[in-house]
Design a protein around this ligand. Sequence first.
Ligand code: ATP
Length: 239
Amino acid sequence: ADTVQRLSVEDLSVHYGGVRAVGSVGFTVEPGESVGIIGANGAGKTSTLKALMGLVPRSAGRIRLGEHDLTRVKARDMVRHGIGYVPEGRHVFPGLPVEKNLLLGAYSRPWDKDTHRQLEEVYALFPVLREMRERLAGALSGGQQQMLAIGRALMTRPRLLVLDEPSMGLSPKLVGSILDVLRKLREEGLSLLLVEQNATLTFGVTSHCIVMENGEIAMSGTSAQLSHDPRVREVYLGL
Ligand code: ATP
């Protein structure tokens, strides 16, 4: 059951107290594909991801992974279907050591020799986390905490990794390191769904993108097409 499956999101809508934040959004992530969702602050990107993960109520929508209907699956059970989630703002446990944070990421699976192997893979991807494994997570820099948050999600051995603004608050150099890591994960065959305000980063790692405006899909296409679109260049790339 470890084969990568197509994620399909149909007609997804989110309302907060009667106000629509997301309206009828639909997209797919093919196995091994990397899809981006870009858009300005407040466009509905985070709400789309949270609704996909079951973290906010959906007013409509259907979520499928291969043959499985995940529409009614609870957020904490998504991980068992191979979906890893890196929330906006990192949310590491600041009072616990780095390694403990990573091991907590593996919570959904019984501790076994694979847990150790997975820990080694995360340390290979982020050597700085190995160096800092005894340090409290709260003592890490913002960039290191973002790496820890990604590493923790990888501990569940996902087949699809969902990331909410991993570049937020990071220096251009660190954004570059995140880009390198995401590219490496993609080469290893992991499917990615990436929400970002940073369109340059997103186009650098995805094959397809959605542009969200006012809770709806304003544009979609291949990342190459969109990065050449005059309006995208002006509004999202500042060119
Ligand atoms: P950001 O880049 O700031 O995360 P976003 O594109 O992810 O922006 P959302 O956070 O999904 O956008 O917000 C979409 C809309 O829903 C915004 O108008 C926002 O103010 C509103 N909103 C988000 N969360 C809530 C909430 N918990 N209660 C009420 N309104 C909310």
